[in-house]
Design a protein around this ligand. Structure first.
Ligand code: GAP
Length: 516
Protein backbone atom coordinates (compact mmCIF):
# COMPACT_ATOMS: atom_id res chain seq x y z
CA UNK A 1 0.00 0.00 0.00
CA UNK A 2 1.29 3.48 -0.85
CA UNK A 3 2.45 5.36 2.24
CA UNK A 4 0.00 8.18 1.47
CA UNK A 5 -2.85 5.68 1.60
CA UNK A 6 -1.55 4.26 4.89
CA UNK A 7 -1.68 7.74 6.39
CA UNK A 8 -5.24 8.38 5.18
CA UNK A 9 -6.29 5.03 6.62
CA UNK A 10 -4.65 5.81 9.97
CA UNK A 11 -6.49 9.13 10.18
CA UNK A 12 -9.88 7.57 9.50
CA UNK A 13 -9.10 4.59 11.77
CA UNK A 14 -8.30 7.03 14.61
CA UNK A 15 -11.74 8.56 14.22
CA UNK A 16 -13.69 5.34 13.69
CA UNK A 17 -12.22 3.64 16.75
CA UNK A 18 -12.35 6.50 19.25
CA UNK A 19 -8.69 7.56 19.22
CA UNK A 20 -8.75 11.10 17.77
CA UNK A 21 -11.65 13.34 16.75
CA UNK A 22 -11.51 16.74 15.07
CA UNK A 23 -12.27 19.34 17.75
CA UNK A 24 -15.76 20.90 17.76
CA UNK A 25 -16.77 18.60 14.94
CA UNK A 26 -20.50 19.29 15.13
CA UNK A 27 -19.61 22.93 14.42
CA UNK A 28 -17.46 21.85 11.43
CA UNK A 29 -14.25 21.66 13.44
CA UNK A 30 -11.55 24.10 14.48
CA UNK A 31 -8.35 24.20 12.41
CA UNK A 32 -5.50 22.06 13.71
CA UNK A 33 -7.18 21.34 17.04
CA UNK A 34 -8.07 17.76 17.96
CA UNK A 35 -9.74 15.86 20.79
CA UNK A 36 -8.64 12.46 22.05
CA UNK A 37 -11.43 9.89 22.39
CA UNK A 38 -11.95 7.00 24.79
CA UNK A 39 -9.12 4.88 23.36
CA UNK A 40 -6.88 7.80 22.39
CA UNK A 41 -6.73 9.17 25.91
CA UNK A 42 -5.65 5.77 27.27
CA UNK A 43 -2.90 5.43 24.65
CA UNK A 44 -1.79 9.01 25.28
CA UNK A 45 -1.71 8.49 29.05
CA UNK A 46 0.33 5.32 28.57
CA UNK A 47 2.87 7.20 26.41
CA UNK A 48 3.15 9.91 29.06
CA UNK A 49 3.50 7.30 31.74
CA UNK A 50 6.26 5.52 29.77
CA UNK A 51 8.16 8.82 29.50
CA UNK A 52 7.59 9.86 33.13
CA UNK A 53 8.60 6.50 34.57
CA UNK A 54 11.77 6.47 32.51
CA UNK A 55 12.79 10.07 33.09
CA UNK A 56 11.67 10.63 36.67
CA UNK A 57 11.46 7.22 38.30
CA UNK A 58 14.54 5.61 36.78
CA UNK A 59 16.77 8.68 37.22
CA UNK A 60 17.59 9.44 40.86
CA UNK A 61 18.63 12.96 39.91
CA UNK A 62 15.50 14.00 37.97
CA UNK A 63 12.35 15.31 39.62
CA UNK A 64 9.06 16.44 38.11
CA UNK A 65 6.95 19.58 38.35
CA UNK A 66 3.66 20.84 36.98
CA UNK A 67 3.83 24.59 36.39
CA UNK A 68 0.94 26.86 35.40
CA UNK A 69 0.16 27.60 31.76
CA UNK A 70 -0.17 31.33 32.51
CA UNK A 71 3.10 32.93 33.48
CA UNK A 72 4.37 36.45 34.05
CA UNK A 73 4.51 38.10 30.61
CA UNK A 74 8.12 39.24 31.16
CA UNK A 75 9.16 35.58 31.06
CA UNK A 76 8.41 35.56 27.31
CA UNK A 77 10.37 38.75 26.82
CA UNK A 78 13.35 37.21 28.64
CA UNK A 79 13.13 33.94 26.74
CA UNK A 80 13.12 35.76 23.39
CA UNK A 81 9.65 34.55 22.38
CA UNK A 82 8.07 38.03 22.23
CA UNK A 83 10.69 39.30 19.81
CA UNK A 84 11.76 36.25 17.88
CA UNK A 85 9.18 33.44 17.98
CA UNK A 86 7.98 34.28 14.49
CA UNK A 87 7.10 32.68 11.18
CA UNK A 88 7.58 34.57 7.88
CA UNK A 89 4.14 34.86 6.24
CA UNK A 90 2.97 35.84 2.79
CA UNK A 91 -0.60 36.36 1.49
CA UNK A 92 -1.99 35.73 -1.96
CA UNK A 93 -4.16 38.74 -2.83
CA UNK A 94 -6.48 36.76 -5.10
CA UNK A 95 -7.30 33.75 -2.91
CA UNK A 96 -6.82 35.74 0.34
CA UNK A 97 -4.96 32.69 1.63
CA UNK A 98 -1.95 33.02 3.91
CA UNK A 99 1.16 30.84 3.65
CA UNK A 100 4.47 30.40 5.41
CA UNK A 101 6.99 31.81 2.96
CA UNK A 102 9.70 29.40 4.13
CA UNK A 103 7.37 26.43 3.56
CA UNK A 104 6.54 27.58 0.01
CA UNK A 105 10.26 27.64 -0.76
CA UNK A 106 10.92 24.30 0.94
CA UNK A 107 8.11 22.77 -1.11
CA UNK A 108 9.70 24.13 -4.26
CA UNK A 109 13.00 22.47 -3.28
CA UNK A 110 11.08 19.24 -2.68
CA UNK A 111 9.54 19.52 -6.17
CA UNK A 112 13.00 19.56 -7.77
CA UNK A 113 13.97 16.55 -5.65
CA UNK A 114 10.81 14.72 -6.70
CA UNK A 115 11.60 15.33 -10.37
CA UNK A 116 15.08 13.88 -9.89
CA UNK A 117 13.72 10.81 -8.12
CA UNK A 118 11.12 10.29 -10.86
CA UNK A 119 13.86 10.34 -13.53
CA UNK A 120 15.88 7.80 -11.53
CA UNK A 121 12.85 5.55 -10.99
CA UNK A 122 11.99 5.66 -14.71
CA UNK A 123 15.53 4.71 -15.69
CA UNK A 124 15.64 1.96 -13.09
CA UNK A 125 12.51 0.44 -14.61
CA UNK A 126 13.92 0.77 -18.14
CA UNK A 127 17.34 -0.77 -17.46
CA UNK A 128 16.38 -3.36 -14.86
CA UNK A 129 19.21 -5.26 -13.11
CA UNK A 130 21.95 -3.63 -15.17
CA UNK A 131 21.05 -0.16 -13.86
CA UNK A 132 23.95 1.77 -12.34
CA UNK A 133 22.18 4.40 -10.23
CA UNK A 134 25.27 6.33 -9.18
CA UNK A 135 26.44 6.67 -12.77
CA UNK A 136 22.98 7.67 -13.95
CA UNK A 137 22.71 10.41 -11.32
CA UNK A 138 26.06 11.87 -12.38
CA UNK A 139 25.52 11.68 -16.15
CA UNK A 140 21.79 12.15 -16.93
CA UNK A 141 21.30 15.64 -18.37
CA UNK A 142 17.81 16.01 -16.87
CA UNK A 143 19.02 14.97 -13.43
CA UNK A 144 22.03 17.29 -13.57
CA UNK A 145 19.82 20.18 -14.66
CA UNK A 146 17.21 19.67 -11.92
CA UNK A 147 19.93 19.17 -9.31
CA UNK A 148 21.61 22.42 -10.30
CA UNK A 149 18.29 24.27 -9.93
CA UNK A 150 17.67 22.61 -6.58
CA UNK A 151 21.13 23.41 -5.23
CA UNK A 152 20.99 27.03 -6.40
CA UNK A 153 17.62 27.50 -4.71
CA UNK A 154 18.82 25.83 -1.50
CA UNK A 155 21.85 28.16 -1.44
CA UNK A 156 19.71 31.29 -1.89
CA UNK A 157 17.26 30.03 0.72
CA UNK A 158 20.02 29.48 3.28
CA UNK A 159 21.38 32.94 2.59
CA UNK A 160 18.05 34.68 3.26
CA UNK A 161 17.31 32.55 6.33
CA UNK A 162 20.72 33.21 7.85
CA UNK A 163 21.08 36.86 6.86
CA UNK A 164 22.77 39.21 9.34
CA UNK A 165 20.16 40.79 11.59
CA UNK A 166 17.54 38.08 11.00
CA UNK A 167 15.66 36.60 8.07
CA UNK A 168 15.84 38.68 4.87
CA UNK A 169 12.11 39.04 4.19
CA UNK A 170 12.52 40.91 0.89
CA UNK A 171 14.95 38.27 -0.31
CA UNK A 172 12.38 35.62 0.52
CA UNK A 173 9.69 37.28 -1.54
CA UNK A 174 12.14 37.66 -4.43
CA UNK A 175 12.84 33.92 -4.38
CA UNK A 176 9.09 33.19 -4.50
CA UNK A 177 8.70 35.53 -7.50
CA UNK A 178 11.83 34.29 -9.30
CA UNK A 179 10.81 30.64 -8.88
CA UNK A 180 7.34 31.43 -10.23
CA UNK A 181 5.69 29.87 -7.18
CA UNK A 182 1.90 30.14 -7.49
CA UNK A 183 -0.86 30.01 -4.89
CA UNK A 184 -2.30 26.47 -4.92
CA UNK A 185 -5.84 27.92 -4.64
CA UNK A 186 -5.89 30.86 -7.08
CA UNK A 187 -3.00 29.72 -9.26
CA UNK A 188 -1.68 33.31 -9.36
CA UNK A 189 1.58 35.02 -8.35
CA UNK A 190 -0.16 38.04 -6.84
CA UNK A 191 1.79 37.96 -3.56
CA UNK A 192 2.01 40.53 -0.74
CA UNK A 193 5.31 41.29 0.98
CA UNK A 194 6.60 38.76 3.51
CA UNK A 195 5.89 39.74 7.15
CA UNK A 196 6.91 38.26 10.47
CA UNK A 197 4.06 36.77 12.49
CA UNK A 198 4.39 35.91 16.19
CA UNK A 199 3.17 32.43 17.04
CA UNK A 200 2.11 33.07 20.63
CA UNK A 201 -1.56 33.29 21.56
CA UNK A 202 -2.38 36.30 23.73
CA UNK A 203 -5.19 36.87 26.17
CA UNK A 204 -6.12 39.38 28.89
CA UNK A 205 -5.77 38.63 32.59
CA UNK A 206 -7.77 40.68 35.12
CA UNK A 207 -11.39 41.74 35.48
CA UNK A 208 -11.50 45.19 33.91
CA UNK A 209 -10.09 46.22 30.58
CA UNK A 210 -8.10 48.99 32.32
CA UNK A 211 -6.47 46.82 34.93
CA UNK A 212 -5.99 43.82 32.66
CA UNK A 213 -2.58 42.77 31.48
CA UNK A 214 -1.66 40.77 28.43
CA UNK A 215 -0.64 37.22 29.15
CA UNK A 216 0.41 34.50 26.74
CA UNK A 217 -0.58 30.88 26.43
CA UNK A 218 2.82 29.23 26.83
CA UNK A 219 4.37 28.07 23.53
CA UNK A 220 6.62 25.59 25.40
CA UNK A 221 6.63 24.09 28.89
CA UNK A 222 10.37 24.65 29.32
CA UNK A 223 10.14 28.20 30.69
CA UNK A 224 8.01 26.93 33.61
CA UNK A 225 11.00 24.76 34.52
CA UNK A 226 13.60 27.53 34.20
CA UNK A 227 11.68 29.92 36.43
CA UNK A 228 11.31 27.19 39.06
CA UNK A 229 14.98 26.20 38.95
CA UNK A 230 15.82 27.89 42.29
CA UNK A 231 12.67 26.59 44.03
CA UNK A 232 13.34 23.00 43.06
CA UNK A 233 17.10 23.09 43.57
CA UNK A 234 16.73 24.53 47.08
CA UNK A 235 13.67 22.61 48.35
CA UNK A 236 14.81 19.34 46.77
CA UNK A 237 18.46 19.94 47.84
CA UNK A 238 19.38 18.95 44.31
CA UNK A 239 23.04 18.66 43.35
CA UNK A 240 24.25 19.52 39.84
CA UNK A 241 23.94 17.58 37.56
CA UNK A 242 20.20 17.22 38.01
CA UNK A 243 17.06 17.48 35.92
CA UNK A 244 13.52 18.83 36.14
CA UNK A 245 10.84 17.18 34.02
CA UNK A 246 7.38 18.33 33.09
CA UNK A 247 4.46 17.22 30.91
CA UNK A 248 1.94 19.83 29.84
CA UNK A 249 0.02 21.70 27.19
CA UNK A 250 1.65 24.20 24.86
CA UNK A 251 0.03 26.50 22.31
CA UNK A 252 1.29 27.88 19.01
CA UNK A 253 -0.68 29.80 16.42
CA UNK A 254 0.75 27.65 13.63
CA UNK A 255 -0.04 28.99 10.18
CA UNK A 256 0.71 25.86 8.27
CA UNK A 257 -1.00 23.34 10.49
CA UNK A 258 -1.14 20.06 8.63
CA UNK A 259 -0.72 16.33 8.70
CA UNK A 260 -3.33 15.59 11.31
CA UNK A 261 -1.89 15.73 14.84
CA UNK A 262 1.67 16.31 13.59
CA UNK A 263 1.41 20.11 13.77
CA UNK A 264 -1.33 21.39 16.05
CA UNK A 265 -2.26 24.70 17.62
CA UNK A 266 -2.83 23.13 21.05
CA UNK A 267 -0.53 20.23 21.83
CA UNK A 268 1.33 18.58 24.66
CA UNK A 269 5.04 18.43 25.40
CA UNK A 270 7.20 16.26 27.65
CA UNK A 271 10.29 18.31 28.44
CA UNK A 272 13.26 17.85 30.71
CA UNK A 273 15.93 20.43 31.51
CA UNK A 274 19.15 18.90 32.78
CA UNK A 275 21.35 21.39 34.69
CA UNK A 276 25.07 20.72 34.39
CA UNK A 277 28.39 22.29 35.23
CA UNK A 278 29.64 24.63 32.46
CA UNK A 279 32.19 22.82 30.32
CA UNK A 280 30.55 19.41 30.75
CA UNK A 281 27.50 20.20 28.60
CA UNK A 282 28.68 18.57 25.37
CA UNK A 283 29.42 15.29 27.14
CA UNK A 284 25.92 15.40 28.64
CA UNK A 285 24.46 16.29 25.26
CA UNK A 286 25.95 13.09 23.80
CA UNK A 287 24.77 11.11 26.80
CA UNK A 288 21.18 12.37 26.46
CA UNK A 289 21.21 11.60 22.75
CA UNK A 290 22.02 8.00 23.63
CA UNK A 291 19.51 7.75 26.44
CA UNK A 292 16.64 9.26 24.49
CA UNK A 293 17.30 7.08 21.42
CA UNK A 294 17.36 3.98 23.66
CA UNK A 295 13.98 5.02 25.12
CA UNK A 296 12.49 5.31 21.63
CA UNK A 297 13.97 2.06 20.40
CA UNK A 298 12.81 0.06 23.43
CA UNK A 299 9.34 0.16 21.83
CA UNK A 300 10.65 -2.39 19.33
CA UNK A 301 9.75 -0.51 16.13
CA UNK A 302 13.18 -1.20 14.57
CA UNK A 303 16.32 0.94 14.68
CA UNK A 304 16.04 1.61 10.93
CA UNK A 305 12.98 3.80 11.57
CA UNK A 306 14.91 6.34 13.64
CA UNK A 307 17.68 8.76 12.86
CA UNK A 308 19.29 11.86 14.31
CA UNK A 309 19.23 15.06 12.36
CA UNK A 310 22.03 17.21 13.76
CA UNK A 311 21.49 20.94 13.26
CA UNK A 312 24.12 22.77 11.21
CA UNK A 313 22.63 26.12 11.97
CA UNK A 314 22.29 26.70 15.70
CA UNK A 315 20.18 29.23 17.57
CA UNK A 316 22.45 31.96 18.99
CA UNK A 317 22.17 30.52 22.51
CA UNK A 318 22.78 26.86 21.62
CA UNK A 319 26.09 25.06 21.17
CA UNK A 320 24.65 21.76 19.92
CA UNK A 321 21.22 20.56 18.77
CA UNK A 322 19.73 17.49 17.16
CA UNK A 323 16.30 16.09 16.31
CA UNK A 324 15.22 12.50 16.81
CA UNK A 325 13.36 11.73 13.59
CA UNK A 326 10.95 8.85 13.06
CA UNK A 327 9.89 7.38 9.74
CA UNK A 328 6.26 8.46 9.41
CA UNK A 329 4.22 7.55 6.31
CA UNK A 330 5.12 11.03 5.00
CA UNK A 331 8.86 10.62 5.52
CA UNK A 332 11.36 10.99 8.38
CA UNK A 333 9.99 13.69 10.70
CA UNK A 334 11.06 15.31 13.96
CA UNK A 335 9.51 13.78 17.04
CA UNK A 336 11.92 15.09 19.67
CA UNK A 337 14.50 17.85 19.97
CA UNK A 338 17.65 17.60 22.11
CA UNK A 339 19.36 20.92 22.67
CA UNK A 340 22.41 22.18 24.50
CA UNK A 341 21.09 25.63 25.51
CA UNK A 342 24.16 26.90 27.43
CA UNK A 343 23.24 29.22 30.35
CA UNK A 344 21.06 31.38 28.09
CA UNK A 345 17.67 30.89 29.77
CA UNK A 346 18.80 31.08 33.40
CA UNK A 347 20.97 34.13 32.66
CA UNK A 348 18.13 35.87 30.85
CA UNK A 349 15.75 35.25 33.76
CA UNK A 350 18.39 36.50 36.21
CA UNK A 351 18.74 39.65 34.11
CA UNK A 352 15.02 40.33 33.65
CA UNK A 353 13.94 39.41 37.21
CA UNK A 354 16.92 40.97 38.98
CA UNK A 355 17.31 37.75 41.03
CA UNK A 356 20.56 35.85 41.38
CA UNK A 357 20.10 32.45 39.75
CA UNK A 358 23.20 30.41 40.44
CA UNK A 359 24.40 27.16 41.92
CA UNK A 360 26.93 26.92 44.71
CA UNK A 361 29.08 23.90 44.04
CA UNK A 362 30.22 22.51 47.42
CA UNK A 363 32.79 20.29 45.72
CA UNK A 364 35.00 23.13 44.53
CA UNK A 365 33.51 26.08 46.41
CA UNK A 366 32.45 27.93 43.29
CA UNK A 367 29.22 29.54 42.18
CA UNK A 368 28.06 29.39 38.60
CA UNK A 369 25.00 29.59 36.36
CA UNK A 370 24.38 25.99 35.28
CA UNK A 371 24.30 25.06 31.61
CA UNK A 372 21.29 23.19 30.32
CA UNK A 373 20.66 20.16 28.14
CA UNK A 374 17.03 20.01 27.11
CA UNK A 375 15.10 17.01 25.83
CA UNK A 376 11.75 18.05 24.36
CA UNK A 377 9.27 15.63 22.84
CA UNK A 378 5.73 16.21 21.58
CA UNK A 379 3.20 13.76 23.06
CA UNK A 380 0.97 14.06 20.00
CA UNK A 381 3.82 13.41 17.56
CA UNK A 382 4.86 10.41 19.61
CA UNK A 383 1.24 9.22 19.52
CA UNK A 384 1.19 9.64 15.73
CA UNK A 385 4.43 7.72 15.28
CA UNK A 386 3.19 4.88 17.52
CA UNK A 387 -0.16 4.55 15.79
CA UNK A 388 1.26 4.84 12.25
CA UNK A 389 3.85 2.16 12.95
CA UNK A 390 1.33 -0.15 14.62
CA UNK A 391 -1.39 0.05 11.96
CA UNK A 392 -1.42 -3.14 9.96
CA UNK A 393 -3.73 -4.76 7.42
CA UNK A 394 -3.26 -8.52 7.24
CA UNK A 395 -4.60 -11.02 4.75
CA UNK A 396 -5.83 -14.09 6.61
CA UNK A 397 -6.28 -17.62 5.35
CA UNK A 398 -9.61 -17.67 3.56
CA UNK A 399 -9.04 -14.23 2.05
CA UNK A 400 -10.42 -12.14 4.92
CA UNK A 401 -8.51 -9.00 5.90
CA UNK A 402 -7.96 -8.04 9.50
CA UNK A 403 -6.93 -4.59 10.65
CA UNK A 404 -4.76 -4.86 13.71
CA UNK A 405 -2.95 -2.25 15.76
CA UNK A 406 0.27 -3.97 16.79
CA UNK A 407 0.80 -1.59 19.70
CA UNK A 408 3.40 -2.43 22.33
CA UNK A 409 1.16 -4.12 24.92
CA UNK A 410 2.13 -1.62 27.62
CA UNK A 411 0.79 1.25 25.49
CA UNK A 412 -2.46 -0.45 24.37
CA UNK A 413 -5.62 1.33 25.61
CA UNK A 414 -7.30 -1.93 26.69
CA UNK A 415 -5.15 -4.81 27.92
CA UNK A 416 -7.78 -7.54 28.20
CA UNK A 417 -11.22 -8.00 26.64
CA UNK A 418 -13.51 -10.60 28.18
CA UNK A 419 -16.31 -12.18 26.13
CA UNK A 420 -19.06 -14.55 27.28
CA UNK A 421 -19.61 -17.02 24.43
CA UNK A 422 -23.37 -16.49 24.74
CA UNK A 423 -25.57 -14.08 26.69
CA UNK A 424 -27.15 -16.89 28.79
CA UNK A 425 -26.41 -19.76 31.22
CA UNK A 426 -24.60 -17.46 33.65
CA UNK A 427 -21.72 -16.78 31.19
CA UNK A 428 -22.06 -12.95 31.30
CA UNK A 429 -21.95 -13.05 35.10
CA UNK A 430 -18.83 -15.24 35.05
CA UNK A 431 -17.16 -12.89 32.54
CA UNK A 432 -18.03 -9.91 34.71
CA UNK A 433 -16.57 -11.70 37.73
CA UNK A 434 -13.24 -12.08 35.90
CA UNK A 435 -13.24 -8.39 35.00
CA UNK A 436 -14.08 -7.39 38.55
CA UNK A 437 -11.05 -9.22 39.88
CA UNK A 438 -8.61 -8.05 37.17
CA UNK A 439 -9.66 -4.43 36.65
CA UNK A 440 -7.59 -3.33 39.64
CA UNK A 441 -4.48 -4.47 37.82
CA UNK A 442 -5.03 -3.33 34.22
CA UNK A 443 -7.66 -1.91 31.88
CA UNK A 444 -10.32 -4.53 30.98
CA UNK A 445 -13.31 -4.38 28.67
CA UNK A 446 -16.47 -6.47 28.57
CA UNK A 447 -18.06 -7.32 25.18
CA UNK A 448 -21.07 -9.54 24.55
CA UNK A 449 -22.43 -8.24 21.23
CA UNK A 450 -21.91 -10.15 17.93
CA UNK A 451 -20.12 -13.40 17.19
CA UNK A 452 -16.76 -14.04 18.84
CA UNK A 453 -14.93 -13.50 15.52
CA UNK A 454 -16.35 -10.00 15.15
CA UNK A 455 -15.50 -9.20 18.76
CA UNK A 456 -11.88 -10.28 18.12
CA UNK A 457 -11.74 -7.97 15.09
CA UNK A 458 -12.98 -5.00 17.11
CA UNK A 459 -10.33 -5.60 19.76
CA UNK A 460 -7.61 -6.14 17.12
CA UNK A 461 -8.55 -2.76 15.66
CA UNK A 462 -7.84 -0.99 18.95
CA UNK A 463 -4.74 -3.05 19.69
CA UNK A 464 -5.98 -5.12 22.67
CA UNK A 465 -3.20 -7.67 23.27
CA UNK A 466 -5.33 -10.30 25.08
CA UNK A 467 -8.90 -11.58 24.74
CA UNK A 468 -10.58 -14.18 26.91
CA UNK A 469 -13.68 -16.21 26.07
CA UNK A 470 -15.89 -17.63 28.80
CA UNK A 471 -17.86 -20.75 27.79
CA UNK A 472 -19.80 -23.54 29.46
CA UNK A 473 -16.60 -25.40 30.32
CA UNK A 474 -15.53 -22.33 32.33
CA UNK A 475 -18.45 -22.90 34.69
CA UNK A 476 -17.24 -26.45 35.28
CA UNK A 477 -13.46 -26.07 35.59
CA UNK A 478 -12.71 -22.34 35.87
CA UNK A 479 -10.66 -22.26 32.67
CA UNK A 480 -11.06 -19.86 29.72
CA UNK A 481 -9.76 -19.52 26.15
CA UNK A 482 -6.99 -16.95 26.04
CA UNK A 483 -6.32 -15.47 22.59
CA UNK A 484 -3.18 -13.54 21.66
CA UNK A 485 -3.60 -10.52 19.33
CA UNK A 486 -0.42 -10.86 17.27
CA UNK A 487 -0.31 -14.60 16.64
CA UNK A 488 -4.07 -15.21 17.06
CA UNK A 489 -2.97 -18.30 18.99
CA UNK A 490 -5.58 -19.59 21.45
CA UNK A 491 -5.01 -21.68 24.53
CA UNK A 492 -6.93 -22.93 27.51
CA UNK A 493 -5.76 -21.41 30.79
CA UNK A 494 -6.98 -21.31 34.37
CA UNK A 495 -8.70 -18.08 35.43
CA UNK A 496 -6.37 -18.06 38.42
CA UNK A 497 -3.36 -17.79 36.05
CA UNK A 498 -4.67 -14.89 33.95
CA UNK A 499 -3.30 -12.10 36.07
CA UNK A 500 0.18 -13.60 36.11
CA UNK A 501 0.24 -14.22 32.35
CA UNK A 502 -1.06 -10.77 31.40
CA UNK A 503 0.05 -8.27 34.02
CA UNK A 504 3.75 -8.51 33.47
CA UNK A 505 3.48 -8.18 29.68
CA UNK A 506 1.26 -5.10 29.75
CA UNK A 507 3.15 -3.13 32.37
CA UNK A 508 5.37 -0.13 31.67
CA UNK A 509 8.27 -1.71 33.65
CA UNK A 510 8.16 -4.64 31.18
CA UNK A 511 8.80 -2.12 28.40
CA UNK A 512 11.46 -0.31 30.38
CA UNK A 513 13.34 -3.59 30.82
CA UNK A 514 13.96 -3.55 27.04
CA UNK A 515 16.11 -0.45 27.47
CA UNK A 516 19.65 -1.02 26.38
N1 GAP B 1 11.51 23.82 24.47
C1 GAP B 1 11.98 23.49 23.18
C2 GAP B 1 10.93 23.32 22.18
O1 GAP B 1 9.76 23.61 22.42
P1 GAP B 1 10.54 22.61 19.71
O2 GAP B 1 11.47 21.91 18.77
O3 GAP B 1 9.90 23.86 19.26
O4 GAP B 1 11.40 22.83 21.03
C3 GAP B 1 9.74 20.36 20.76
O5 GAP B 1 9.41 21.58 20.15
C4 GAP B 1 8.80 19.26 20.31
O6 GAP B 1 7.44 19.66 20.50
C5 GAP B 1 8.90 18.93 18.82
O7 GAP B 1 9.95 18.01 18.58
C6 GAP B 1 7.53 18.34 18.55
O8 GAP B 1 7.51 16.97 18.91
C7 GAP B 1 6.63 19.10 19.48
N2 GAP B 1 5.92 20.18 18.77
C8 GAP B 1 6.38 21.41 18.48
N3 GAP B 1 5.44 22.13 17.82
C9 GAP B 1 4.36 21.32 17.69
C10 GAP B 1 3.07 21.47 17.11
N4 GAP B 1 2.68 22.61 16.56
N5 GAP B 1 2.21 20.42 17.15
C11 GAP B 1 2.59 19.25 17.73
N6 GAP B 1 3.78 19.07 18.30
C12 GAP B 1 4.66 20.07 18.29
Amino acid sequence: MAQEDVFKKVVSHCKEYGFVFPSSEIYDGLGAVYDYGQNGVELKNNIKNYWWQYMVRLHDNIVGIDSAIFMHPTIWKASGHVDAFNDPLIDNRDSKKRYRADVLIEEQIAKYEEKIEKEVAKAKKRFGDSFDEEKFRSTSERVIEEKAKRDALEKRYQEVMNAEGGIDLEGMKQIILDEGIVCPISGTRNWTDVRQFNLMFKTEMGASADGASTVYLRPETAQGIFVNYLNVQKTGRMKVPFGIAQIGKAFRNEIVARQFIFRMREFEQMEMQFFVKPGTELQWFEEWKKRRMAWHQALGFGAENYRFHDHDKLAHYANAATDVEFKMPFGFKEVEGIHSRTDFDLSQHAKFSGKKIEYFDPEDNTSYTPYVIETSIGVDRMFLSVICHSYCEEKLEGGETRVVLRLPAALAPVKLAVFPLTKKDGLPEKAQEIINSLKFHFNCKYEEKDQIGKRYRRQDAIGTPFCVTVDNQTLEDNTVTLRYRDTMEQKRVAIADLQGIIEEKVSIPYLLKNLK
